[in-house]
Ligand binder design. Structure first.
Ligand code: THU
Length: 162
């Protein structure tokens, strides 16, 4: 028996001004996308923006439903929109942010588990990491160099084949 330890590392920025101009722009687009959220139940408005390798940007926001599981997170709306529109172009960077109606979002917004699994699918598809920029309305910003950082021991298609 042996103990296996996984560690993760990422960059932490104090403000959006520390990001590169292209990353800053992407995060701003994610913030604008949050305005289009349909969140009458949680009052939590998430915005996501994914930049593809060809520079095209696709945005998404969380779309809730009165039958709760029928709704979808902002990240999957953005990433599926990109994948359905440009199926052959790898994804380069995904920015995520949120605002809430009744409190200030002061911590970077991490993707939920289902979104992690959905997003990593495109890392495998293109054999290329997707950079993640996570932000709240204020406070620190995290830059993570790939979804594999947030999803160690990922379920992989190899598990489906003998
Ligand atoms: N939400 C996202 O859009 N992305 C996440 O990664 C976590 C949660 C949405 C789902 C729901 O509409 C609201 O935030 C509260 O959970």
């Amino acid at each position: 028996m042996k103990k296996i330890v996984h560690t993760i590392s990422y960059l932490e920025f104090d403000s959006i001004e520390e990001l590169s101009p292209t990353d800053r722009e992407l995060l701003k687009l994610a913030g604008q996308a949050a305005i289009t959220s349909h969140a009458p139940y949680s009052h939590y408005h998430v915005g996501a923006a994914v930049r593809l390798a060809n520079g095209k940007v696709f945005t998404g926001s969380n779309q809730e439903n009165m039958a709760f599981p029928s709704g979808l997170c902002a990240e999957r709306v953005a990433v599926f929109y990109a994948a359905a529109t440009c199926p052959d172009i790898p994804m380069e960077t995904l920015a995520i942010t949120a605002r809430a109606d009744f409190f200030e979002v002061c911590d970077p917004v991490p993707p939920c588990g289902m979104c992690r699994q959905a997003i990593i699918e495109y890392e495998f598809k293109f054999n290329r990491k997707i950079r993640l920029i996570l932000s709240g309305e204020k406070g620190k910003i995290f830059l993570i160099e790939g979804m594999d950082t947030l999803l160690p021991l990922t379920f992989h298609e190899k598990g489906l084949i003998k």
